[in-house]
Design a protein. Structure first.
Length: 310
């Protein structure tokens, strides 16, 4: 392909911060012992996932995020990646400092709690003062519904600045995580997306177990986008045969290539940028007969447009 890739969905792992909402909520209710037992019981699933993809064990995150940032830039150079969008990274202030180290290669999203009393003000600050370009939310980790009117001030800030809002729906935390929640299904975004048509809402991982609902949502809401990030192992749990190629075909036919965004969910070293996800998804698009300009849109131009890079 005669273009460089923009990865629209990656995570910057830092040592001084950990997103603990899922664990914190469970431990508060059931205790740390049961949480640890649950993780141990599901360890075989994680081992099998790593074995299937031949992923190495992750290293502990570096204490110096500057060194990690240099490592990511070297990784992008080696893989031919133009830019990476880090949707989380230790909190808004830390991620802002990280992306400012290499602003020509890294983009960051705000990722604070949307139900916090000052959430709207924090989002405005993240965009205007910290230079962050979008907003990431884990919907199944929230204490309330994503369509709660309490979040309207947050949506109004996002609308005013025309920033993309990436919202994870579906199972959260893989095996041992959350599978049942009022926000598990992306269809709960229906009224919000229709009320704020100038906000590009991105639903990652092809809908993560809810492709039918996301397809219907995207059909009626032209401001809903889908990203392709992750191993998408959830396709194995579906009650009918489903592959990533099938998902590309269905979303391409339903919403077109302009609303599909490539991402990897890359996060830790020594795995680094997940080249296998890129290679297999590019192959799927080529073998489905997509034109080169459509493939370029999926793997670069769409996210560049949403982030107002061009």
């Amino acid at each position: 392909m005669n273009f460089k890739i923009i990865d629209s969905h990656a995570h910057f792992q830092v040592a001084e911060y950990e997103i603990v909402g899922t664990k914190e909520n469970y431990v508060r209710r059931y205790g740390i012992e049961k949480w640890q037992k649950l993780q141990q019981m599901n360890e075989y699933q994680k081992r099998r996932w790593k074995q299937a993809w031949q992923f190495p064990d992750p290293e502990p995150p570096s204490e110096d995020y500057r060194e990690t940032a240099k490592r990511w830039v070297a990784e992008m150079d080696r893989r031919g990646i133009e830019r990476m969008v880090f949707v989380t990274g230790g909190g808004n202030e830390i991620l802002s400092r990280i992306v400012q180290l290499h602003p020509e290669r890294m983009i960051g999203y705000a990722h604070h709690h949307p139900f916090a009393p000052d959430a709207a003000a924090k989002l405005a600050e993240a965009v205007t003062d910290l230079g962050l370009k979008g907003y990431k939310i884990l919907a199944p980790d929230l204490p309330g519904r994503i369509d709660d009117e309490a979040l309207y001030p947050v949506w109004e800030v996002a609308e005013r600045h025309r920033i993309p809002v990436l919202i994870h729906f579906g199972i959260l935390g893989a095996a041992g995580g959350i599978a049942n929640h009022c926000n598990i299904n992306p269809m709960i975004l229906h009224d919000v997306a229709r009320a704020y048509p100038d906000i590009p809402f991105i639903v990652p991982h092809f809908g993560c177990g809810h492709p039918e609902d996301l397809l219907q949502l995207a059909w009626v809401c032209p401001n809903v986008y889908v990203d392709t990030s992750g191993s998408n192992q959830w396709t194995r749990w579906m009650p009918y045969p489903l592959t990533v190629r099938d998902l590309f075909k269905k979303y391409y036919e339903t919403v077109g290539p302009e609303r599909i965004l490539f991402g990897t969910d890359s996060e830790w070293f020594p795995r680094g940028f997940v080249q296998r996800y890129l290679d297999e998804q590019l192959r799927d698009c080529v073998e489905l007969g997509m034109k080169e300009n459509e493939i370029k849109a999926i793997f670069r131009d769409n996210i560049a447009r949403l982030l107002q890079m061009e």
